[in-house]
Design a protein around this ligand. Structure first.
Ligand SMILES: NC(=O)c1ccc[n+]([C@@H]2O[C@H](COP(=O)([O-])OP(=O)(O)OC[C@H]3O[C@@H](n4cnc5c(N)ncnc54)[C@H](OP(=O)(O)O)[C@@H]3O)[C@@H](O)[C@H]2O)c1
Length: 330
């Protein structure tokens, strides 16, 4: 069916500047890591992307290897971008990454200039776009000089194949070094993409401070701990859930009795706030003004729309914050 975007799509979303750059991102962005590959339903993937755009989600996050098979999420997203969203490219921020294994041999992994620039060309072809808005180094490479990896990002920007540079999974000191190099090259780092949720708080030990000092935005990935911070697993492992799938990155053994006890308690607290646990988990991340965007995943339009309601209640009382800390210490 012919798609016409909602005319009210910019009325309820919040947009935050990414660090001290001029790039605004929606407070909630959509990631295409799971549920957008060739193994998944294209109709469902399309519906989710269009529902997101209708709700003011202007930012879609990809990587070369998302699928499965690797590359297929970019292919599917490309179909949507060149089809339904053809006239809206300038209203959309697309990111992609290279850093994990994509192809065999010495040039299809990690952080060399050879890998990053070839991979970006492949991503652009798969998506059928002339440029991406953000190109990330997906992870630090201990063997390649940081100057080379950052130089590749800067080169992609000068070529016009990417508009902004980003890094993902870099530790605080690596981030400070990368920021310095990119600034010297005239292509500042605008965003860092780390894993961050109530269950995964390593960024609080130094990274948030570095980002603040360097003027780099933070986009938090796996904010719902891949579905743990929702009501998904409260009554077992449902058929079709990420933990039930062989190719899913959430493993059954990650759902421990201790985690489930915490999830139960957090779920009760969320209900007292008049929210779902997923909504509370998203709001909890956005309470820190250094967090530019929360990068959620979804397997249905229903999940996506429900999660967006997090924006209706972002404030926490100090009692609620203490309560969360107590539960997380259990
Ligand atoms: N830079 C990196 O290294 C890196 C690594 C990982 C991810 N990422 C990015 O971050 C994005 C998000 O990661 P993620 O998918 O792990 O995020 P997440 O938001 O923590 O988890 C998403 C999953 O949670 C479940 N879920 C979401 N809303 C729900 C709801 N309302 N009720 C019940 N279950 C719900 C769904 O699982 P079901 O499928 O079970 O329904 C969904 O697929 C990725 O797409 C990717 O763009 C980046």
């Amino acid at each position: 069916m012919h798609y016409v975007p909602s005319i009210s799509r910019y009325s309820s979303m919040i947009y935050n500047y990414s660090g001290r750059s001029g790039l605004k991102l929606p407070a909630i962005s959509l990631g295409l890591w799971h549920n957008f590959g060739h193994v998944d339903s294209f109709a469902n993937a399309r519906e989710m992307v269009l529902a997101a755009f209708d709700a003011g989600i202007t930012h879609f996050d990809l990587a070369n290897n998302y699928g499965p098979p690797p590359g297929s999420a970019e292919e599917n997203f490309g179909k949507i971008i060149s089809g339904d969203l053809k006239h809206y490219r300038d209203e959309i921020v697309i990111s992609t990454k290279a850093g994990y294994k994509m192809w065999d041999g010495p040039y299809g992994d990690w952080g060399s200039r050879k890998y990053l620039l070839s991979s970006l060309d492949q991503s652009l072809k798969r998506m059928g776009v002339e440029y991406v808005d953000i190109f990330y180094s997906h992870r630090p490479d201990p063997e390649t000089p940081l100057e080379e990896t950052m130089g590749a990002l800067a080169h992609a920007i000068r070529q016009g194949k990417a508009f902004y540079a980003g890094i993902s999974n870099y530790k605080p000191d690596q981030t400070a070094d990368a920021a310095k190099i990119l600034r010297q090259l005239g292509t500042p780092c605008v965003i860092h993409q780390p894993k961050y949720s109530m269950f995964e708080r390593w960024v609080e030990n130094g990274l948030l401070d570095v980002l603040d000092k360097e003027g780099i935005g933070l986009i938090a990935f796996s904010p719902l701990a891949q579905g743990l911070l929702t009501d998904r697993y409260l009554k077992g492992i449902p058929e079709g859930s990420r933990a039930s799938k062989a190719h899913g990155f959430l493993k059954k053994q990650d759902i421990t009795p201790e985690k489930l006890q915490q999830i139960e308690k957090l779920n009760e607290l969320a209900a007292k706030r008049g929210q779902t646990l997923a909504q509370m988990a998203i709001a909890w991340l956005l309470k820190d003004k250094r967090v530019t965007s929360v990068l959620i995943g979804a397997s249905s339009v229903q999940q996506l729309l429900s999660n967006l309601k997090a924006l209706e209640k972002l404030d926490f009382t100090s009692f609620e914050l203490d309560e969360i800390e107590n539960i997380l210490k259990m």
